[in-house]
Design a protein around this ligand. Structure first.
Ligand SMILES: *Cc1c(COP(=O)(O)O)cnc(C)c1O
Length: 367
């Protein structure tokens, strides 16, 4: 049987076995900073910064998907900075993607470099041939955001491990249902559950996953000592969102494949990037290591003005940054200074019925 199908069902029922007669079927929100503690030994909970049941329920869901230990965080960046702080020390070299999520680069340059970490930026496509000698950590993101270049994770891991480097993968664009970096040898996975996992554009959340107990203990210590802890209400929102992740991804990825194919034939649209598209530069690796082509599409229009006109005229593409929500969304990435053409749009395909969405897009794409 399909492993993802089993995980999706297990995720939905992860609390069922523990329910007593009369318990709520839905997850209770427990907003507690302190817990009854007549003595410390044997207490399930001590203090809200150390752990609380509402996040632990989300971690249990994510642990099913990752088949690994999971530590949750109040945002994707809180998870990413925790993973980096947990493994790096003064004098280490960190390789980060030049075309990956830009805040990771800004954090590395602004906070890790001043502490003596040698931060090296490298284009995702160059990871395929790079010599990682001298690196302590190779951090990768595939498909990269927003360019959607794909790199062979197992190959990067083999070459990084051969020279003694750890590998951290940002798996936000895929989620653990569509890509499993830990199975491919990565030491840690980081992700923004703000995106598809929570899925409704109403909460920030993140997690670190790993199978090395010592590394995960460092990550857990970082959370407790830095205080970057999720709130119980936010955790509850993510718990609810995760229950429909598999269902939403099926619609979103199916629609994205249809739309990417059709975009190629539209006059005025060029450079369509979708990892599973026939002829895409990433197709071979993407079909091998990804469970689907995902829900993100990159494409270009003639210039900034034409791209902005498409975004403002299409009623079913909301203009916002971020991706992975129930509604389709899009933006011109050059407005953030990404190294893409002025008319480049990153489209995140939502759960709208595809023919209705496509009809609206086709109308707004017409000259
Ligand atoms: C959004 C995003 C992040 C950061 O997540 P936040 O929850 O906004 O902190 C990290 N990596 C990638 C690839 C992202 O898209």
């Amino acid at each position: 049987m399909d492993l993802n199908a089993i995980k999706a069902a297990e995720l939905l029922h992860h609390r069922s076995k523990g329910l007593a007669k009369g318990d709520p079927v839905s997850l209770p929100i427990v907003p507690a900073a302190t817990f009854h503690l007549p003595e410390v030994a044997g207490a399930s909970h001590i203090y809200g910064r150390n752990g609380m049941s509402t996040w632990e329920a989300v971690e249990a869901q994510l642990a099913i998907l990752e088949a690994a230990e999971v530590v949750s965080f109040p945002s994707g960046m809180a998870a990413i900075s925790a993973a980096l702080m947990a493994v790096l020390k003064q004098g280490d070299r960190l390789i980060v993607p030049a075309d990956g999520y830009y805040v990771t680069r800004v954090f590395s340059a602004g906070f890790l470099a001043p502490f003596g970490v040698d931060v090296v930026e490298m284009a995702t496509r160059d990871y395929a041939t790079a010599d990682f000698s001298g690196a302590a950590v190779v951090y990768l993101e595939t498909p990269s955001n927003p360019g959607l270049d794909v790199v062979d994770i197992a190959d990067v891991v083999a070459r990084a491990h051969a020279v003694g480097a750890l590998v951290i993968a940002d798996n936000t664009t895929m989620t653990p249902l569509l890509q499993r970096p830990l199975d491919l040898g990565c030491d840690l996975v980081v992700a923004a559950d703000t995106k598809a996992p929570a899925g409704h554009s109403d909460v920030l959340f993140g997690h670190v996953a790993g199978r090395d107990a010592a590394l995960m203990a460092r990550v857990r210590d970082w959370r407790r000592l830095s205080g970057a802890v999720p709130g119980p209400f936010e955790a509850w929102q993510v718990h609810r969102g995760l229950e429909t992740l598999e269902l939403r991804l099926e619609r979103m990825c199916g629609s994205a494949a249809v739309i990417a194919e059709r975009l190629q034939a539209v006059i005025g649209v060029s450079a369509v990037r979708y990892p599973w598209l026939a002829g895409d530069a990433s197709e071979a690796v993407a079909r091998r290591q990804m469970g689907s082509g995902g829900f993100l599409i990159g494409f270009q229009m003639a210039d900034a003005a034409r791209a902005e006109r498409f975004l403002s005229e299409c009623p079913y593409v909301v203009q916002s940054t971020s991706f992975g929500g129930t509604h389709s969304s899009g933006e011109r990435r050059a407005r953030w200074g990404d190294a893409v053409a002025e008319g480049f749009i990153r489209l995140s395909v939502g759960i709208e019925p595809v023919e209705v969405l496509w009809a609206a897009m086709a109308e707004a794409l017409r000259d």
